[in-house]
Design a protein around this ligand. Structure first.
Ligand code: GRF
Length: 190
C-alpha cells in the first residue's frame, strides 16, 4: 500500500555490485511509517549480484549495466533522470565514479564505508584494523567526491575491537552497525 506522504518522499537510487545487505536494510527502513525516502531504482554493474534479488522481491525497478565505466555512467545518468532520483546511495558498489558523473548527476551521492574514516580508506579495512592493532573501528556514511572515501562525513558508528575479534567476527559486527547507520544518515540529510 502506498504511504500517504509518498509524494513528499525523496526518491533514492542504490548502486550495488554484490551481496546487497545494505540495500536490503535501506528497503526495510523505507517501508517504515516514519521513513522520508523510498527506493525507486537499483543499478548493478554485475549481472550476478545477489543484491538484485532484494530489488526483484520488492518490485523495485532494477537494471544491470555491465559496461566499461564511461558507458556505465552514461546509462546510469539517463536512468537517474528518467526516475527523477533525488539521492544516489552507493552500497557495496565496487567502481570509482568519475568527477564528470558526480558533476552531471547534480544530486547528492553518498557511500557507506566499513571503517572510521579518514582511517582505513580503500579495501580490506577489517584486516588492516586488526593487523594495525587499532582500538576501535566502525563505519562511516559520507558524501562522495572526486577522491576515494574522502567526502564530507554524515555519520559514523564506532565499536571497540576486542582481542578475540577475528576479521570475520569484526566484519559481522560492523555490518550490523552499517545497517543502522545508512538509514540514519539518510534521515539526517533529508
Ligand atoms: C559493506 O561492508 C560496505 O560498507 C562496503 O561494501 C560492503 C557491502 O556489503 N562498501 P553489502 O553488499 O551491502 O552486503
Amino acid at each position: 500500500m502506498e504511504k500517504l506522504n509518498s509524494n513528499l518522499e525523496k526518491k533514492i537510487a542504490v548502486f550495488i555490485s554484490g551481496r546487497g545487505s545494505n540495500l536490503n536494510s535501506l528497503i526495510k527502513h523505507s517501508k517504515l511509517k516514519k521513513s522520508k525516502y523510498r527506493i525507486k531504482l537499483v543499478i548493478s554493474n554485475k549481472a550476478h549480484a545477489k543484491g538484485l534479488n532484494y530489488a526483484r522481491r520488492n518490485k523495485i525497478k532494477n537494471y544491470i549495466i555491465e559496461k566499461k565505466l564511461i558507458s556505465f555512467e552514461k546509462d546510469a545518468l539517463k536512468l537517474i533522470s528518467k526516475f527523477k532520483i533525488d539521492i544516489i546511495c552507493l552500497a557495496g558498489f565496487m567502481r570509482i565514479l568519475t568527477p564528470n558523473f558526480i558533476k552531471k548527476a547534480k544530486i547528492p551521492i553518498i557511500n557507506i564505508h566499513p571503517s572510521l574514516l579518514p582511517k582505513l580508506k580503500g579495501l580490506n579495512t577489517h584486516e588492516r584494523a586488526i593487523a594495525g592493532k587499532h582500538d576501535y573501528s566502525g563505519c562511516t556514511v559520507h558524501y562522495v567526491n572526486e577522491k576515494l572515501d574522502s567526502g564530507k562525513i554524515i555519520l559514523q558508528k564506532k565499536i571497540k575491537i576486542l582481542k578475540s575479534d577475528t576479521v570475520e567476527i569484526l566484519s559481522k559486527k560492523i555490518l550490523k552497525l552499517e545497517h543502522k547507520a545508512y538509514s540514519e544518515a539518510l534521515s539526517k540529510i533529508i
